[in-house]
Design a protein around this ligand. Structure first.
Ligand code: XMP
Length: 332
């Protein structure tokens, strides 16, 4: 990469050259899209519209936080409430790649609508190198289709401008610090949002559970890190598993869901090491989750794998081979 200052100058110039009319940017509030929005708005001012889609899959308080960031930055923006549309598109979808494609497609349709109303002919995206590397490029294997890469429909009807395509997360953070972008230290959050942390079908009820669990994990880990009890992880969150297991409530047998805690250290998300969260912090996370969500969660586990062999997020794979064989013989 060029020096950060040269990169900023060159990108602003490139945006001026490429975008003669109006442009729209998908702004999730993460560091990548906020940096892309800042660079392009430096180039074309109010001819850029930043659109934040509240897809019903965001973290607790996220929409209000992003609204605050966008208005403080003086970027022309719009918040679109599209939760119902996303849940409808996700109904019955359990395969993780199908989920990503459904979400990507819905995003683009919402943006197309907004772009038409605004009169934009260019779609700006904060895609970074790992997004397209992991999505497969015809040479590499598809590890996962990042929604802003794999989900793009062919008939999108807008020209694409991706100024951060060749950068890695740590480089984007450097730019963010230099540009005074408040999202510079925000932990990464996947484009398909909490849908990837909800294994199996995505329902409003399950999203509510994983949203609360994510909030608790973030809050407890941040508090422990600030108090010097542990190192701040690069990324930390909760995952909701689809199965239920037996537990006890009072003296009754009861079934409940499992939450997995995930926390990793990394530089660019391409490889990662699981964080050594102290037991006392794990204790508080576990009891806070099971006390707050007594009716739905009865088990909390901690993921102690690094990447590779795991990925950072969890996603459901296809059923194991013996299930197919049993199905074929009518035994299941
Ligand atoms: P994995 O799970 O592949 O994650 O080890 C690496 C990093 O990428 C984030 N991630 C995504 N980001 N769209 C995104 O913008 C996506 O579809 C997506 N999937 C994973 C993940 O949170 C981690 O930081």
């Amino acid at each position: 990469m060029l020096g950060a200052e040269d990169f900023i100058d060159e990108t602003v110039q490139a945006a001026k050259d490429r975008i003669k009319g109006k442009a729209i940017i998908a702004c999730s509030g993460g560091v990548d899209s906020m940096v892309a929005a800042t660079l392009v708005s430096k180039a074309i001012g109010d001819r850029l519209l930043a659109v934040y889609v509240d897809n019903g899959l965001m973290r607790k308080g996220e929409t209000e936080e992003v609204r605050g960031m966008l208005s403080d930055m003086g970027i022309n923006y719009r918040i679109v409430d599209a939760g119902d549309e996303f849940f409808a598109a996700l109904k019955g979808v359990t395969d993780p790649e199908a989920k990503r494609k459904a979400i990507g497609e819905k995003f683009i349709r919402v943006f197309e609508r907004e772009a038409k109303e605004f009169g934009a002919s260019v779609l700006v995206q904060g895609t970074i190198a790992p997004d397209w590397i992991e999505s497969g490029d015809g040479v590499r294997d598809t590890i996962k289709s990042h929604h802003n890469v794999g989900g793009l429909p062919k008939d999108m009807g807008m020209e694409l401008f991706e100024p951060l395509r060749d950068l890695y997360k740590d480089e984007v953070r450097d730019l963010a610090r230099l540009l005074g972008v408040r999202a510079s230290e925000r932990q990464p959050f996947p484009g398909p949002a909490l849908a990837v942390r909800c294994l199996g079908e995505v329902t409003p009820e399950d999203i509510a559970i994983v949203r609360e669990a994510c909030f608790i994990v973030e809050d407890e880990i941040m508090t422990a890190s600030v108090a010097g009890k542990m190192e701040m992880p690069w990324q930390y969150f909760a995952v909701l598993l689809p199965s239920r297991s037996v537990g006890v409530q009072g003296d009754r047998r009861a079934y409940g869901r499992t939450i997995a805690i995930r926390a990793v250290s990394s530089v660019d998300g391409m490889t990662a090491t699981y964080s050594r969260i102290p037991l006392e912090v794990l204790d508080s996370i576990s009891s806070r989750i099971t006390n707050t969500m007594k009716e739905s969660v009865n088990r909390v586990v901690y993921d102690i794998t690094s990447k590779p062999p795991a990925t950072i997020e969890w996603e459901r794979g296809p059923p194991p081979r013996h299930v197919f064989i049993m199905l074929a013989y009518g035994a299941a």
